[in-house]
Design a protein around this ligand. Structure first.
Ligand code: URA
Length: 210
């Protein structure tokens, strides 16, 4: 990917996202739409995957058929909201290896603190796509990428649904080598670091919690 930020403006993505933003949209519909949008975002974030060919036999004749090259992708979900994007990504890339990163915010320092980290083996040889629907302050995404780089990851991408300009700037400063794919770039953050206009708390909307 050549751009640092790819904004996916496809009409289907934008239509589904608007329904998700609406506070009257029920949990089950929200979750289903997130899954559908993640298919379309998966298409975008993987559009330049390396390819090879394999000789196969169709019922008619032999051919050199295009196939994905290299090791299986690694998908890393930032808990817990990342799991909503992860499910749809796995529909399209079922052979991907999956990792999880758990972070919470220290209420005194406001810094992200890691409580869980599990990455697929040989992460240095894989394309690694980290998923989190909301790129808000960028603190957790920067911390997640820090951890993945420490584990050896070199070919990284970040996939989200909504991004705030503040989060994009923070990621660009800390990890300029990590392209971001997003369905929307919103106005900014409010005093509680929620994305405006946003869609509220993605985890709560997805899981029906408060
Ligand atoms: N996380 C969310 O779930 N929503 C926001 O608006 C910002 C961070």
């Amino acid at each position: 990917m050549t751009e640092h930020v790819t904004h996916v403006t496809h009409p289907l993505v934008q239509h589904k996202l608007s329904i998700m933003r609406d506070k009257s949209t029920p949990t089950a519909v929200f979750r289903q739409l997130l899954r559908e949008i993640s298919h379309l975002l998966a298409y975008e974030v993987t559009r330049d995957l390396p390819m090879t060919t394999k000789c196969i036999e169709t019922p008619i004749q032999e051919m050199d058929a295009p196939m994905l090259a290299g090791r299986k992708l690694a998908l890393i979900s930032i808990l817990r909201a990342g799991n909503g994007l992860l499910d749809g990504m796995l529909d399209l890339i079922p052979s991907a290896r999956v990792g999880f990163i758990g972070l919470y915010r220290d209420e005194e320092t406001m810094e992200p603190v890691q409580y869980y980290f599990k990455a697929p083996e040989r992460i240095r040889d894989r394309m690694v796509i980290t998923v989190d629907p909301m790129l808000a302050t960028g603190n957790s995404s920067v911390a997640a990428i820090d951890l993945l780089k420490k584990a050896g990851a070199k070919d990284l991408r970040f996939l989200c649904l909504l991004a705030a300009p503040e989060g994009i700037a923070r990621m660009k400063e800390a990890h300029p080598d990590v392209p971001i794919v997003t369905a929307a770039i919103d106005e900014g953050l409010n005093e509680k670091s929620y994305i405006v206009p946003g869609l509220g708390d993605a985890g709560d909307r997805m899981f029906g919690t408060k």
